[in-house]
Structures are given as C-alpha cells and as structure tokens.
Design a binder for this molecule. Structure first.
Ligand code: ADP
Ligand code: MG
Ligand code: MG
Length: 211
C-alpha cells in the first residue's frame, strides 16, 4: 500500500486512464437521462489537467496537483459536473496542503472538503441521484466511527465497496438535481453519470494503491 506522495503522479495517471477508457460509457449513460456529454466533459477536463501537470516539477506535492486538476476543470469544462468537480479538487487540495503522507484522517478531510464544496455550489443532498451518492459513502468509510481499529488499506477497500453500493443505488431513484431532474421519475432504472465517474476515479485510485 503506497501511502507516500512519491508516486502521486502515477496515481493521477491511473485515474485519468480509467476515465478516458470509460469516456464513451459515461457519455452513453448521460445520453439516457441528460445531454450525452459527461464522458466528453470528463475527458476534456483531464486532458487540460494533463497539460498543466506536465508543467509542474515531478515531485510536486499532492495539494498542488489537485489544485491544478481543479483549475483545469473550472477553466475548460462547462455544464454541471465540470465546475463541481473543479471546485471539489481545488478544495480537496487545500485540505491536504502540507501533507506528505496520507492517513485515514487525511482521506476523510480530503473527501469532506470536496463534498462540502460540491454541496455549497450545487445544493444537492445524498439521494438526489448525483456524484454525491458515490462520494459521501466513500468519505463515510473514513469517519472515525467506521475506521476505528482498521488499517488504511481496509478503509480504502470498505470505501470502494460503499462507493459501488452508492453508485448502484442511483439506478433506483429519481433525479432531483441537474439535467436528469427534468425527466424526474423517468430516470429511475438508469445510473447517474456523475456517480459513475466518481466511482471510476476512486476505483482506479484503489487499483493503483493495491499495486
Ligand atoms: P451537464 O449535466 O451540464 O451536461 P455533465 O453531464 O458533465 O453536465 O454532468 C452531469 C452530472 O453532474 C450528473 O450526473 C450529476 O452527477 C452531476 N450533477 C448535476 N447537478 C448536480 C448538483 N447540483 N450537485 C451535484 N452533482 C450534480
Ligand atoms: Mg451532460
Ligand atoms: Mg452538458
């Protein structure tokens, strides 16, 4: 289990590769309940992020890397998810500023900062069929009451399982935020694209951390 920041760029590359590989899937899911651009939006954001990251020194700290990913999304991606992920990455970066090792508490802080930013801007709550239905269960796995007595590795595996369950749950509910809310109950039966992109990113991070 890699806990240091030394390989942060490799971890980010793994996340980007996973999103790029699922671009068509994310776009197809979004076409069922929205406007069919979520994969394209994610790909555009990460392509812009890659350009910015290439300018950074190879040992740039996690906080700085997250900041640049966030700025890339804010400056290059329109619509709902782009600015929401953008501000979430920026705030997540701030939450781990100065950190050279990530422990359970840093994961909790990082995700809480991102979730808070998304909720302040987008006003969604858990159960509205959004990316938050994946991200909040992931974060909850790192809360002291759930993490007690567990290693970081165990918490990360629990978080992935919780994220999967959360993303799967979005199939069963009607959208109350974003474009999919326009079709309301007709979105039942289809997973939320943002919940899936959040799961894809975290799953790729876990895959990288497992080695
Ligand atoms: P757009 O809907 O503008 O085309 P995207 O397709 O890129 O943007 O992203 C759609 C995703 O954004 C949704 O699947 C949902 O997860 C997320 N989303 C939309 N509105 C909100 C919101 N208010 N809060 C949190 N997430 C949201
Ligand atoms: Mg869309
Ligand atoms: Mg759009």
């Amino acid at each position: 289990m890699v806990q240091t920041m030394a390989n942060i760029r490799d971890a980010v590359d793994a996340v980007i590769a996973a999103v790029m590989a699922q671009k068509d899937y994310l776009t197809a899911v979004d076409a069922k309940t929205g406007d069919g651009d979520h994969g394209l939006n994610m790909a555009r954001g990460f392509a812009a992020a890659e350009e910015r990251l290439a300018e950074l020194p190879p040992d740039a700290p996690l906080a700085e890397v997250l900041h640049h990913i966030g700025r890339a999304f804010i400056e290059n991606v329109g619509g709902a998810a782009g600015p929401l992920y953008g501000i979430a990455f920026v705030r997540a970066g701030e939450a781990v500023s100065g950190k050279t090792r990530l422990d359970v508490a840093s994961f909790e802080k990082l995700f809480t900062a991102g979730i808070d930013a998304i909720q302040r801007r987008g006003k969604a709550v858990r159960g509205d069929k959004t990316m938050l239905d994946t991200l909040i269960p992931i974060r909850d796995a790192f809360l002291p009451e759930n993490a007690e007595g567990k290693s970081l590795r165990e918490c990360i595996e629990d978080a992935l399982e919780a994220g999967r369950t959360g993303a799967e749950y979005t199939k069963t509910i009607a959208a109350r935020r974003g474009r999919a809310a326009l079709i309301g109950a007709r979105s039942i039966g289809i997973e939320d694209p943002g919940a899936m992109s959040s799961l894809i990113m975290f799953r790729a991070l876990c895959g990288y951390l497992r080695g």
